[in-house]
Design a protein around this ligand. Structure first.
Ligand code: F0G
Length: 397
């Protein structure tokens, strides 16, 4: 009998797994890689992501002495969504920029790393913002990490549970007013002029500087700008920031075209479509329940310069896209984010054949468990006897 060396166990301490035995070549490869002496100065090591300020430093208003407050935000995935692309047809490619994977679960982290770093540089001891939830979570996390107080003013009863939990846990001082977001924003704007607190809403220019890096990432991933960018619009800071990013990269010859910027608002909160402020905005997508966007003029300028469009999407359309993304694509975003996909589907006949489209998913689905459970259309099967027969029966076997 020829000598057969024993297959070394690649996972010392664990029994050899059946899955490994059926692929002995994997075992040998694994054991070789574990027995070779590690090259600790390995030049091929993947560089560590150090957050968006480090990644895009030359494009951002920071200096060598700016104290960078970061949670290593950015570098979020651009995920193909073939089921949605199929609904559009015509060879159109659709991706989602899943910014819900940032450290506090929304795109706001991009702006907040900049705004808080600059506030710290200026010696601020406290920051303030009005918020429908996500800004408050990001402001709280970054301000506390930077050693500052965070005051957040929110509309009572209209902030998703996860966002409220975050603001409280991060240690913000949460002030819940009996008024809507627009009123909260008026209040904090004035407060910041009178009291020693730095405003970190998107009228703070550093917020948009940080947020524009999402456009850089899209171009870095695709190798060019997409034909269309679909994005939910509330205060219109993010659509402005994306446009800034695309334009800056275009000037640097990192892309040879600019996208059409397609902004989508909820029908009950669509001042950019109706052309006038909405006094009592209403939508299931509480993140964009905004009647008087702070960046109104900029949004119009972006729409015109990019030959884009603003459209509204109903709550029913938002919820349909919300379910579709989760149940067909495995991507769970919050309702406001799904407005970008709802909008794309609504105007699908206008999408040019073979176009590349990016939809921005601004926030994580886990932010809003109440809406998820209420609108999943997928009821829990409760009260089953704890036996195999009972479970199998409910499974339909
Ligand atoms: N999507 C989500 C999940 C948001 O939280 C927001 C805004 C938007 C889209 C709209 O972005 O305002 O730049 O047009 N949320 C703000 C907040 C208002 O307080 O968290 P925008």
């Amino acid at each position: 009998m020829p000598y057969k060396p024993p297959i070394p166990n690649p996972y010392p301490g664990l029994p050899i797994l059946n899955s490994s035995i059926s692929h002995p070549e994997t075992l040998v490869a694994l054991s070789l890689s574990t027995t070779n002496s590690p090259d600790l100065n390995n030049a091929a090591r993947r560089p560590r992501w150090q957050g968006l300020i480090e990644a895009y430093r030359p494009y951002l208003p920071v200096t060598a002495t700016t104290p960078v407050v970061t949670l290593l935000e950015g570098n979020t995935p651009l995920i193909p969504v073939p089921a949605i692309a199929k609904l559009i047809g015509k060879g159109v490619q659709v991706y989602v920029k899943y910014d819900g994977l940032n450290p506090t679960g929304s795109f706001k982290d991009r702006g907040m790393t900049m705004a808080i770093s600059k506030a710290k540089e200026a010696g601020a001891k406290a920051v303030i913002c009005a918020s429908t939830g996500n800004t408050s979570a990001a402001a709280a996390a970054y301000a506390r990490r930077g050693g500052m107080r965070a005051f957040v003013v929110i509309p009572e009863g209209y902030v998703a549970l996860g966002k409220l939990a975050q603001a409280l846990m991060y240690g913000a001082e949460v002030l819940s007013i009996k008024g809507n977001f627009d009123r909260a924003l008026d209040i904090v704007r004035e407060m910041a002029q009178t009291y020693p607190v730095t405003l970190v809403n998107s009228i703070n220019p550093y917020r948009l500087e940080g947020q524009k890096t999402a456009a850089f990432e899209v171009v870095d991933d695709l190798g060019n700008a997409p034909d269309w960018l679909c994005i939910p619009v509330g205060n219109a800071g993010n659509i402005t920031a994306y446009w800034m990013g695309f334009c800056q990269y275009h000037q640097e010859n990192k892309c040879d075209r600019l996208p059409r910027m397609m902004g989508f608002q909820a029908s009950g909160a669509s001042p950019l479509i109706t052309g006038q402020p909405v006094m009592h905005p209403e939508t299931v997508a509480t993140a964009i329940r905004i009647g008087n966007p702070a960046n109104w003029e900029r949004a119009i300028a972006v729409q015109q310069a990019s030959q884009g469009k603003f459209r509204d999407v109903t709550d029913a359309e938002i919820l349909e896209a919300y379910r579709l993304l989760a149940s067909q694509e495995g991507v769970f975003c919050e309702p406001a984010s799904a407005a970008s996909v709802a909008g794309l589907l609504k105007v699908k006949d206008e999408v040019p054949a073979e176009a590349t489209v990016v939809c921005v998913l601004t926030g994580n689905g886990l932010k809003d468990p109440d809406n998820a459970i209420e609108h999943s259309n997928n009821p829990l099967k409760p009260g089953i006897e704890p036996t195999i027969e009972a479970v199998a029966e409910v499974m339909g076997f």
